[in-house]
Design a protein around this ligand. Structure first.
Ligand code: KG4
Ligand code: ZN
Length: 379
């Protein structure tokens, strides 16, 4: 069994974990920074980077102690090398490089999104490639076809905000504070999801892309109107997000089976704001029904911790006769176990990296989907 030390520092969680290639979680430690960022209502990059400097080394020491291991027992050091807040990513990556160099172990530079994308395979040994992945976090909202380690085809992305961002902004509007997602979910439990009429951006549109900016503005207007209870706004907002996620996934799953069918048209309000890759994704959407169709629907990323979203996706998978895999809640939000696991998957394939590899603020999983046209488009 190979043992991988995983390090995560791309946002506001500092984390270290020791993961076995047999899926054993030998140790995982996490230090959140909520208190440091709370006064600002969101993550302040410079504060995050400084906090990572302070806590990362003690966290790694603690994880090694928990596992009863030393660096000598570790086969490789894996760290998030992007995408994320660059100061924090550099802190974690430099720490990993120093440890790898000192201990004479290989370095593995992990794409944080790959950590999320492969995390369901750490939790569920039976999950095989290919699978259809909804990756929903604070920074991303994408539908990806996962064909293997390092093999990702992006079928859809958001044209403005990520779903987690919409949760966080809704929390801010409702005065729930930070971090927002879990608080909106908790408040939504006591509200009426039909009480506030909110839009479902891009619902029914031909491509499976997402948009949440208009929903966020509608939440702001509803809140400012004074006509609605906060719990009803939270519940109605969450229901709108669920509807959008399910509809867009339906679209990806029901993509035409036949290459000869006419390409779906892009709605005029979206045209010109899409990335080159997202236009290209139409072909991949068509491909979904060809070759080997993914038999499992998988959700990962921080927003995958949301109970309403998980149950809606489970029902969607059942309607399509697909399996459904969602990692346990702690593995959905940022952690180092998923980085250690992605490291283990890469290590098994001999994929290690040179010590001069650079940290990357942006690093799309599907490089062909990288080129962006138009402002405000996220890879
Ligand atoms: O994956 P993650 O921990 O960090 C990123 O890589 O972005 O995702 C964090 C996001 C935040 O926007 C947070 O509000 C959201 O995930 N989140 C949730 C829930 N738990 C975390 N959103 C909705 N419901 C939740 N229970
Ligand atoms: Zn994340």
């Amino acid at each position: 069994m190979a043992i991988i030390l995983g390090i995560e520092s791309s946002c506001d969680e500092s984390a270290a974990a020791l993961i076995g290639s047999d899926r054993s979680i030998l140790a995982h430690r996490l230090a959140g920074q909520e208190d440091a960022h709370r006064p600002y209502g969101g993550v302040v990059p410079e504060i995050a980077a400084r906090a990572h400097v302070q806590v990362l080394t003690p966290l790694i020491e603690a994880a090694l102690k928990d596992a009863g291991l030393t660096l000598d027992d570790v086969d490789a050091v894996a760290a998030t090398a992007g995408p994320g807040l660059i100061g924090g990513v550099m802190v974690g990556l430099v720490t990993a490089k120093a440890l790898a160099m000192a201990a004479g172990k290989p370095l593995i530079a992990v794409n944080h999104l790959e950590g999320h994308a492969l995390s369901p395979r750490l939790a569920d040994a039976s999950l095989e490639f290919p699978y259809l992945l909804l990756l929903v976090s604070g920074g991303h909202c994408q539908i990806l076809r996962v064909d293997g380690v390092g093999q990702y085809r992006r079928l859809a992305t958001t044209i403005d905000d990520a779903a987690g961002e919409a949760f966080d902004k809704t929390a801010k509007i409702l005065g729930l504070g930070y971090p927002g997602g879990p608080r909106v979910e908790a408040l939504a439990r006591t509200g009426d999801a039909r009480a506030v009429p909110l839009p479902r951006p891009l619902l029914g549109s031909a491509e499976p892309h997402f948009s949440f900016a208009g929903l966020k503005s509608a939440v702001l207007r509803a809140s400012q109107s004074g006509n609605y209870r906060p719990e009803d706004i939270a519940a109605s907002f969450q229901a709108a997000v669920v509807d959008c996620l399910v509809d867009r996934l339906e679209k990806a799953l029901n993509a035409p089976l036949d290459q000869s069918s006419p390409p779906p048209s892009v709605p005029s309000e979206v045209e010109g704001r899409l990335t080159e890759g997202s236009t290209r994704s139409l072909d991949f959407a068509r491909e979904l029904g060809m070759g080997q169709k993914p038999r499992t629907l998988v959700v990962a990323g921080g927003v995958a911790a949301n109970g309403a979203i998980r149950s809606a996706l489970e029902a969607l998978a059942a309607r399509h006769d697909m399996g459904f895999v969602a990692p346990p809640l702690w593995l959905c939000t940022d952690n180092a176990a998923m980085i250690g696991w992605a490291g283990a998957e890469r290590f098994a394939l001999g994929l290690t990296d040179p010590l001069d590899i650079a940290a990357r603020p942006r690093w799309p999983l599907d490089p062909l989907a990288e080129a962006a046209r138009g402002a405000g488009v996220k890879a």
